[in-house]
Write a protein that binds this ligand. Structure first.
Ligand SMILES: NC(=O)c1ccc[n+]([C@@H]2O[C@H](COP(=O)([O-])OP(=O)(O)OC[C@H]3O[C@@H](n4cnc5c(N)ncnc54)[C@H](OP(=O)(O)O)[C@@H]3O)[C@@H](O)[C@H]2O)c1
Length: 236
């Protein structure tokens, strides 16, 4: 069976992706910052022998190198860069630190590290594992709010970090083409998770089932695109 490595599998979309791939019989390398804090991930670990949990804070690049060494040359069919942070919320939390006039630059750098730089580091560290697999896919969960075409102001740190992640996936489609690697950036839709909030219009099981179908259909010809979870293309 193929193997998926998922970051941020402690909760939300990453947990749902881990559950669905494991239920389909895939080998799953489910990584989380603090696996012991996620009862649901522990439960999946018990339920599915093909799912292995690894501790990984994606902002710790030395830890990414350590994980790569641990995995040796184990093939990884899909690297799913899902871990992400939104940063301070002006409306919901009355915290304006990513709005004009109030920018917290250390916070912004932290968001960039997790949302945009970590996917590059994961790809660099695991390229031999990905190249050794049958499917050779790198997928990063970004967001439609990172679309420059659709920009409408506010939440500058989150938006710019997701635009950078989109740019990364587009460029990697060229840099890794000769190795047969397919890349994709995905907006998962507005999904009910801690980040998405209670007002979100989609539920994780349905949205992630749809997103997985689109991932399954990715081809070398469609590499380097920006997708919505349902298979529509999003303007950069
Ligand atoms: N939900 C939506 O509507 C929506 C919309 C657009 C894009 N997205 C994107 O979808 C992805 C998943 O979001 P979600 O809705 O599932 O959000 P979530 O419920 O807030 O979950 C975020 C996940 O990322 C992990 N994470 C954060 N920083 C990390 C780090 N430094 N190292 C490792 N893991 C880290 C969290 O781990 P801890 O449990 O350790 O905090 C958690 O597992 C994110 O990239 C997000 O930007 C979500």
């Amino acid at each position: 069976m193929p193997t998926a490595l998922i970051t941020g599998a402690s909760r939300g979309l990453g947990l749902e992706l881990a559950r669905q791939y494991a239920a389909d019989g895939w080998n799953v390398i489910a990584t989380a910052r603090n696996p012991a804090d996620s009862a649901e991930l522990q439960e999946l670990d018990k339920q599915y022998p093909s799912l292995n949990v690894h501790a990984l804070d994606v902002s710790d690049f030395a830890a990414i190198d350590r994980l790569a060494r641990e995995l040796k040359r184990r093939p990884i069919d899909i690297l799913l860069n899902n871990a992400g942070v939104f940063g301070p919320k002006a409306k919901a939390e009355n915290d304006p630190r990513q709005e004009f006039g109030h920018m917290d630059y250390d916070m912004w750098a932290g968001l960039f590290r997790v949302n945009a730089m970590a996917p590059m580091k994961m790809a660099e560290a695991l390229i031999d594992n990905i190249s050794a697999s049958a499917q050779k896919k790198i997928v990063t969960i970004t967001s439609s709010v990172g679309s420059i075409t659709r920009a409408e102001g506010r939440t500058i740190a989150y938006r710019t970090s997701k635009s950078a992640a989109n740019m990364l996936m587009r460029n990697l489609s060229f840099d890794l083409k000769s190795r047969g690697v397919i890349t994709a950036a995905f907006c998962p839709g507005w999904v009910r998770t801690r980040m998405g909030g209670d007002g979100a219009t989609l539920l994780a099981p349905q949205a992630m089932a749809s997103l997985r179908r689109v991932i399954a259909d990715l081809t070398p010809e469609s590499s380097g695109q920006f997708w919505l979870y349902n298979g529509e293309l999003i303007a950069w």
